[in-house]
Write a protein that binds this ligand. Structure first.
Ligand SMILES: CC(C)(COP(=O)(O)OP(=O)(O)OC[C@H]1O[C@@H](n2cnc3c(N)ncnc32)[C@H](O)[C@@H]1OP(=O)(O)O)[C@@H](O)C(=O)NCCC(=O)NCCS
Length: 208
């Protein structure tokens, strides 16, 4: 479903599907949307109890992510089922036949899903661009010097480099955490592949 003339003051007034990131192999179904700052009243009934009193932005983000998940499952021929919420900082609970990942930032949400026989896990993350000023303050908390050097040598600004590395690490965490249920921090992971493409999203699958 693609709807034109859907923005008011630069924000969506309805949930609209947009081009999904082409980060994944063909067996991964990826759906992305732009969504409004607050959810329609008609959707509130399907929110999990924990989010009943959450800010409207959080409710809207949750619902947009679930919309993407349902559509991505459907595209794989799996029952279009919204994965239940398992609490803050917990992975969504996917049906046994599927693995997947959800992200939302600002007014953008996306989900990537694969059949469980094709992938062990998926990590997907989207981030708004971090400013150079902010990146200067937090770079050492997120990235090793070598990682920043590689990203800067590829032509990224400080903010772009930090955003890409942060997003890759968040995607990696979302991919790996559901397998071992082990928490690890940004400096526990090391990105060794130079980021050649500009962008503010990251995704990957674990297949063995
Ligand atoms: C969990 C975490 C990665 C979420 O990332 P985020 O950029 O804050 O948020 P996003 O919008 O991109 O993703 C949120 C979605 O991720 C999913 N998610 C939450 N916790 C998750 C986890 N532990 N594992 C997998 N997916 C998770 C959920 O679907 C969530 O959306 P929902 O609450 O509406 O269901 C982040 O909050 C976090 O805890 N990071 C610290 C751990 C980390 O990244 N370490 C780096 C290792 S290199």
């Amino acid at each position: 479903m693609l709807v034109a003339e859907s923005q008011v003051d630069g924000r969506e007034r309805a949930l609209v599907e947009c081009a999904a990131p082409s980060l994944f192999p063909p067996h991964v179904s990826c759906v992305a949307v732009r969504f409004p700052a607050s959810p329609p009243a008609s959707a509130l009934a399907v929110l999990p109890r924990e989010l009943a009193d959450a800010r409207p932005e959080r409710q809207a983000a949750y619902l947009a992510g679930r919309h993407c998940a349902v559509r991505a499952l459907d595209a794989l021929g799996l029952p279009p089922f919204a994965p239940p919420y398992d609490g803050p900082n917990r992975p969504p609970v996917w049906p046994a036949a599927a693995v997947g990942s959800i992200t939302h930032t600002g007014s953008y949400a996306a989900a990537a899903v694969a059949r469980a026989e094709n992938a062990v896990a998926i990590g997907l993350d989207a981030e708004g661009l971090v400013s150079d000023r902010r990146a200067r303050g937090v770079a050492t908390l997120v990235a090793h010097h070598e990682e920043m050097d590689v990203a800067r040598r590829a032509g990224l600004s400080l903010g772009e480099a930090l955003t890409v590395l942060f997003s890759i690490k968040e995607a990696a965490f979302k991919c790996v955490y559901p397998i071992g249920r082990t928490y690890f921090g940004y400096l526990d992971a090391k990105v060794e592949c130079p980021a050649r493409r500009r962008g503010s999203g990251a995704g990957g699958t674990a297949s063995d």
